[in-house]
Design a protein around this ligand. Structure first.
Ligand code: GDD
Ligand code: MN
Length: 373
């Protein structure tokens, strides 16, 4: 049976936490089948004695846990909570959830169900059908939340996911959380930790699903989110976005050098009297050798293929996937020259490369050749 631990940071939530514990243990957990549900409250020794409230409930609920530590901000509360959930409680999955009822307890069940159906990463989403932000929110606040999300979706080019800043998520331990270096997240003292965590989790997760979340308004106390948190959240998104594109930029540069080699030898071979198909074929193979070498040493440096045996094996594999490109270029090139005439040869090549070969190559390189272990 899967063990799921809800990690719930709580700072000065004495008024909320008792009600939350009762709602989860009395109403929600009993409805959830086939899992062992636990709640771990992470309290930074709140002055309002949030921790003491939890302690009184611990006698009643054996799956209720409390982690107390110095105040270091929201990111660290989650990080230490995750580590405790995994190392001490042996969790199979962890959930991020707020203590203030803005994540209504009834949404825990659909998240767990998505996990049981095989999801590695479940995102409680306010911006998909069935999800919402509080009606009471002023137009301005709604706009900030929506546009902020849109901005992050654009810089991270994650259009398939609609809510990138939600604080309600479920993460599988095996294959996702256990692959993340939690001690070195960006901005761990802030709310921005969640962008880095999301970015890495999406990459690692084989199956990510969004589950609708009706985000409620806060009834008691006030939010700890502020403009400073917002700026740092955007900053993290932009840095990750650029890092992400770096590979693409290098890949493009290598592809361009490959193109120059391709063009030079295409001209050279056809001038030397080689048949049309051989000129295209040979010059393309030279570009392939260039691309393999430069991509291995530069673009995919972090996943560099090392050792003669490995390099030979991967180079053969690279040629095999490049066979697709070779075939595409040779066929499209020959057909193109047949219809447009040999004077259009040099115009045809970049056209085929940009629209067909590059997208094909990038897919093959990232998904096959330099696939992350
Ligand atoms: N232990 C600990 N330490 N808990 C904290 C700290 C801290 O430094 N700061 C906040 N928390 C707890 C709060 O007690 C609450 O349970 C939860 O973290 C979220 O804090 P809020 O202050 O209620 O944040 P919010 O409602 O503004 O932000 C929510 O919505 C955002 C998106 O709109 C959160 O869900 C965010 O995670 C989310 O990004
Ligand atoms: Mn809140």
């Amino acid at each position: 049976m899967s063990k799921i631990v809800i990690v719930m940071p709580a700072y000065n939530e004495a008024e909320n936490i008792g009600k939350m514990i009762e709602a989860l243990f009395n109403e929600e957990f009993p409805k959830i089948k086939d899992t062992e549900m636990h709640l771990l409250v992470v309290d930074d020794y709140s002055p309002d004695k949030t921790g003491d409230v939890v302690k009184t409930y611990q006698q009643k609920y054996k799956n209720l846990h409390l982690l107390q530590k110095q105040k270091e901000g929201l990111g660290w509360a989650y990080i230490r909570g995750f580590q405790y959930a995994v190392n001490t409680l042996q969790a199979d999955a962890v959930m991020e959830m707020d203590a203030d009822f803005q994540h209504p307890p009834r949404f825990v069940k659909p998240m767990v169900e998505a996990y049981l159906l095989g999801a590695d990463y479940c995102i409680g989403s306010r911006y998909i059908k069935g999800g919402s932000v509080p009606k009471e929110w002023a137009f301005f606040r709604k706009a900030i939340s929506f546009l902020g999300n849109l901005f992050i979706r654009i810089v991270l080019t994650k259009f398939k996911i609609h809510d990138l800043t939600t604080g309600f998520r479920l993460t599988r331990e095996k294959g996702v959380l256990d692959q993340i270096d939690l001690d070195h997240l960006m901005e761990p003292t802030r709310f921005a930790y969640k962008v880095d965590l999301l970015y890495q989790s999406i990459k690692l997760s084989k199956k990510t699903v969004e589950v609708p979340l009706e985000f409620a308004s806060r009834t008691m106390e006030k939010s700890k989110f502020n403009p400073k948190e917002m700026v740092s959240t955007f900053k993290v998104a932009v840095i990750l976005g650029i890092k992400d594109k770096q590979k693409l930029i290098k890949f493009g540069t290598v592809g361009f050098v490959g193109y120059l080699i391709n063009a030079f030898f295409l001209n050279f071979f056809s001038k030397s009297g080689f048949p049309e198909w051989a000129s295209w074929g040979l010059s393309t193979e030279l570009a392939i050798i260039n691309n393999f070498t430069l991509n291995n040493l530069w673009t995919f440096k972090t996943d560099e293929i090392k050792g003669i045996g490995n390099i030979v094996k991967k180079f053969l594999q690279f040629n095999f996937t490049s066979l697709g490109a070779l075939l595409i270029q040779t066929v499209l090139g020959t057909i193109g020259v047949y219809f447009l005439g040999p004077d259009k040869r040099q115009l045809l090549l970049p056209f085929i490369i940009v629209f067909v070969v590059l997208p094909y190559n990038y897919l093959m390189y990232t998904k096959v050749i330099w696939k992350k272990k």
